[in-house]
Write a protein that binds this ligand. Sequence first.
Ligand SMILES: Nc1nc2c(ncn2[C@@H]2O[C@@H]3COP(=O)(O)O[C@H]4[C@@H](O)[C@H](n5cnc6c(=O)[nH]c(N)nc65)O[C@@H]4COP(=O)(O)O[C@H]3[C@H]2O)c(=O)[nH]1
Length: 695
Amino acid sequence: MGGKVNTELAQAAQQLTVSTKVFPLLFLALGSISTLATVWVFAAGDSGYSVGILGKLSVAGALCLLGTFALYLFQLNRTLSHSIAESREQDLRLKKLGKAVTKSGCAIAILDGRGSVEYINQQFEETTGYSMQEIIENGMQILHPKIYVNGHLVPIKRTEWLQDAWANEVQTTRKDGSVSWASVSVSVVDNHELPLASGADPEPSSSGKTQGYVVSAIDISELKNLNHEMQRLALNDELTGLANRRLFVDRLEMQLRVSRREKNSIALLFLDLDKFKRINDTLGHDAGDQLLITVAERLKRCVRANDTVARFGGDEFVVLLTDITDPLSVTHIAQLILASLKQPITLNQHEIIVSTSIGITLAPTDGLEAESLVKNADLALYRAKDQGRDCYHYFTEELNAQAIRQLVLEQELRLALNTNQFSLAFQPQFDFKQGRLISVEALLRWNHPSQGMVFPNDFVTVAEETGLIVPIGNWVLRNACKQIRQLQVVTGRNIKVAVNLSMRQFHDEQLEDNIAQALQYSGLKAKYLELEVTESMLMGDVDMVVARLTRLKSTGVSIAIDDFGSGYSSLSYLRKLPVDVLKVDRAFVRDIPEQLHDMEITAAVIAVAHKLGLKVVAEGVENIDQRDFLMINRCDYAQGFFFSRPLSYTGLNEFMQRNECRQKFELSIYPPEDIAGQSGSESWLSTLPSNTTSH
Ligand SMILES: Nc1nc2c(ncn2[C@@H]2O[C@@H]3COP(=O)(O)O[C@H]4[C@@H](O)[C@H](n5cnc6c(=O)[nH]c(N)nc65)O[C@@H]4COP(=O)(O)O[C@H]3[C@H]2O)c(=O)[nH]1
């Protein structure tokens, strides 16, 4: 705008110059014409005529002269009025500009060509807390301005920012010592931008000499704080304040670059609290949170300030140890962590002790990529857990090979499901009182194209981890119901079938629908289907478990607890659960009669289960002593190699046909009141075949 005003002023000045040059020329021309006319008249010699002409010419000249003068005055007046109007307008504009600067919401400072402050506006004073006088006297450096350079806050050099179009986010310190942030921009004022003196020519921009600087700043402290908070939330774990996975991986990548450059090692420790879920479920989430906070604090105390402790979520923590010179120091820190976390923690007035498992990997020895190192440490952690928890384990190539094998297994399992490679084996369960087969347990088999028969213990864990167990489990459910219903029709006997549920299936919201569909599709009545859940699946929030079991039972099926005794549930906990059958874990039956302790436990479990109105199945009965012990202790049902190995559908059919008459006979020799003290005696059971085509 200033430039336009200057141009207009220059034009007016030029007009005035032109007018003042034209007037004397006109005057001279007219004077010359009248003089020439007079000379010519005198030369002609006719004085009377000449005087007359001369007089007329003189009058004409005088009139012309007057006219021209009047015209000149008119022109001059117009130019002057125009200039006055323009200068008023410019004055007004300048006033407006001045007001805009003084009252601006931006903090504005005007500096002279040497960078000394000449003026700051009201907003500048309010934002910084300094008066104009203080800023003029001390300069901008009193604000301790800093900017980010390569991720670090550094003071701004004076020469750095006093240049045209400089713009940056600047951190300053207010008079009260608080820190603020401003978005600052600088404009240079050249001399050609200043109002021009009358008649002066505007100079080209390049040759303009710096007359001063205008610095304008907008306070962005709030925005910056918000940004900082968002960044904190994005990079830090909200609960513990530790780095989160993103920040950790960033730091890991940075440290990998440093370690490559400086040729030193780093270590990554992956931690998982043992049985954290149980603490969370029993003491509540607030206690769980408190525990995680305490663990975070303890971990920080175990490492140096420049090491990183992060929380990946849940109860997973990761520690990055840098600049390792002695590999033993990593073991030492792992031991320190194990010991530190094992110190008692008070939660909700309960003193608890947590242990942890740690997986360790080293770079560059085990890998050079952040992603693979995290994976390595995770694999090593799994191995530490497998080894009984509360310990650390280093990553090895064997672990890696095992992980690859699992990946292959996962792909093979998917193929197996789509190409019908699964089949079922059925292991009979006998009723001691009736002396007959009353039920079978359906057991999954995988007919691997190259490895032959594969047993569930070799693939169920991977199927569970990958979630494939859900479709595989549904396949088992449908086929078990279908084949047993078929067998019921063929043999005319309404035997039951027990199907194993996996953890994932148990929590699958579709399970009830899948059960209903399997029953409907097969025509099997719900009362002939039993679901086996393991003790470990029932751990946790008792109300939730009861609700889940109640929903399952509403489909009409019965529920058995498999491997009872291997977990941590008490018999009093059991009382609350709507279950029908207890299966005593094979581990207790195995050492009967050698282990007195196991015999006592088994007898106690049977007695209490009966008190709770539950039936008891003993698993893994392999010999006559075990059978007799169980009979004497009034166990209801038995299953094991002593009676029959798992059989194919055809094998089971044959088995049932063969034993029909014998079972009738055996019924009569088993009056419950006669069995006390009969351990080791011969009975109908010893006549059952212990060798049949097994599956
Ligand atoms: N040493 C010994 N073993 C005996 C004896 N009697 C039976 N067994 C074996 O013990 C296992 C009994 O099944 P489980 O405890 O439910 O244990 C099962 C069950 O937890 C799981 N499983 C089997 N089928 C399925 C299934 O369809 N779904 C799920 N989720 N898991 C299954 O795999 C486990 C192992 O199954 P299998 O290899 O078929 O092994 C079977 C069976 O062959 C005995 O007298 N001595």
